[in-house]
Design a binder for this molecule. Structure first.
Ligand code: URA
Length: 436
């Protein structure tokens, strides 16, 4: 087979066979396909799309480009959640131990911050000693012993995706539904999942800002994942305001731990976490109804089971768990913590969530270049919610900074990002739609 003839077919909107797709993907993984050919293929896909069978075959070829894990020796449902990324989205930190304490098994391969969105791995890195990069045996042993483990993509899980993603990133071919579908699912399927729930974010803090595109992506992922034998549903959730009240790595880790301890529970964060957990508990047969799923999840928090699972997972992955006994005082803290006030009194009506995410990067809590070391302590806490009243005594949020010079610039970005009006507006529901 000749790569240029295969690329030519996609360029001309002809359908590729399974063999042709496997040939191209093998070439990406072993380096026999030149980067310019891989880039041309992604551009042809970006412009012309792929049909359903082609997306499925591309996903399977990328999954099979490396090791495919199997947890067949575990007698429990293997489940996971994946989010398309948001601002303040710390759901994975809570969801994995909650599901594990309900009897499911969660081998979660998570990512770092991307663009203006935060990443689960960066949040876990704020916990001293926690290793997000471990060998497959340590990962599998933690999953078996605890019921959940959250780590980063290893070099032998879906290596074709790693290469192709880096190429797409610099060739303006990231925002393609077939390519995003294959990229996300190749990694998830390589982790040996039987059940998956997708959290497709939608709104001004999401990559898919409008509902139509978010729904298209949800349908594509649900179709392909089910076609590959992993029962999958997707929730479209609102990302037009920050999720929860903290944004930034150690600050979000603290909010997640507070949640697992049953303290300071933010309603929208609680709803989205429990809805995603319930989807999985029902689909995998652990719960017979939404009511029973919610009861199990509440018990997992109230009886301390989920917090205990988090400690055990962190211990197996090398963390200094003495920090978790008194995390309030022991998690790293920023040098400067200051309130940011609105210039006018009134009600919060909207926020530019993407800009708020960029504020964390400006404070050093996200990357400007891929190899940059980040600052775990920076970000925002007590973030106002849509509908909240703010005045001279009630700040929009508190800024956490290491560098005094940044405070003024980022405070201005926050006040510019939040719209205040005299009239209270209704908050939009966090769950927008479901695709199954
Ligand atoms: N996340 C991924 O893993 N892949 C994409 O293509 C986009 C988001």
């Amino acid at each position: 087979m000749l790569p240029q003839e295969i690329i030519r077919k996609t360029r001309n909107r002809e359908t590729l066979t399974k063999e042709e797709i496997y040939f191209l993907v093998k070439g990406v993984a072993d380096g026999s396909l030149a980067d310019i050919q891989a880039a041309s293929f992604t551009m042809a896909v970006y412009l012309n799309g792929l049909n359903k069978d082609e997306v499925l075959n591309l996903t399977l070829a990328m999954r099979d480009s490396g090791e495919v894990l199997s947890f067949d020796d575990i007698d429990a449902p293997i489940v996971d959640k994946h989010s398309t990324g948001g601002v303040g989205d710390k759901v994975s930190l809570m969801l994995a131990p909650m599901l594990a304490s309900c009897g499911a098994v969660v081998p979660m391969i998570a990512g770092r911050g991307l663009g203006h969105t935060g990443g689960t791995l960066d949040k876990l890195d704020a916990l001293k000693g926690y290793k997000t990069s471990v060998d497959i045996d340590t990962f599998k042993n933690t999953v078996k012993k605890v019921g959940c483990a959250i780590i980063g993509q290893t070099s032998n899980l879906a290596p074709a995706d790693k290469k192709l993603y880096a190429i797409r990133d610099v060739c303006a071919t990231v925002e393609s539904i077939p390519l995003i579908t294959a990229s996300i699912l190749s990694k998830k399927l390589a982790a040996g999942l039987k059940y998956l729930v997708m959290d497709i974010k939608c709104g001004n803090g999401a990559f898919m800002e409008n509902k139509k595109r978010a729904k298209e992506l949800a349908s594509s992922i649900v179709n392909v994942a089910n076609g590959a034998g992993t029962k999958t549903t997707a929730l479209l959730t609102d990302m037009s305001s920050v999720l929860g009240t903290s944004v930034g790595n150690a600050l979000e880790l603290k909010e997640a731990l507070d949640y697992l301890k049953g303290e300071k529970i933010n309603t929208r964060l609680d709803v989205v976490t429990k809805e995603l957990c319930s989807e999985l508990l029902i689909n995998c047969g652990i719960a017979s109804s939404k009511g029973s799923a919610l009861k199990m999840l509440e018990q997992s928090i109230n009886k301390g089971y989920a917090f205990d699972k988090f400690i055990k997972m962190a211990e197996c992955l090398g963390a200094d768990t003495s920090i978790l006994d008194n995390y309030e005082n022991k998690l790293p803290k920023a040098k400067y913590i200051k309130p940011i006030f609105s210039i006018k009194e009134g009600y919060v009506t909207s926020m530019d969530t993407r800009k708020i995410g960029l504020g964390v990067i400006m404070l050093g809590g996200g990357r400007v270049n891929p190899t940059q070391k980040i600052n775990y302590t920076t970000g925002f806490t007590s973030f106002c919610q849509i509908g909240d009243k703010v005045d001279k005594k009630t700040p929009l949020c508190y800024i956490h900074a290491e560098d005094e010079d940044k405070i003024q610039e980022v405070s201005k970005l926050i006040t510019d990002s939040i719209e205040i009006s005299d009239k209270k507006v209704k908050t939009s529901p966090i769950i927008i739609d479901k695709v199954s």
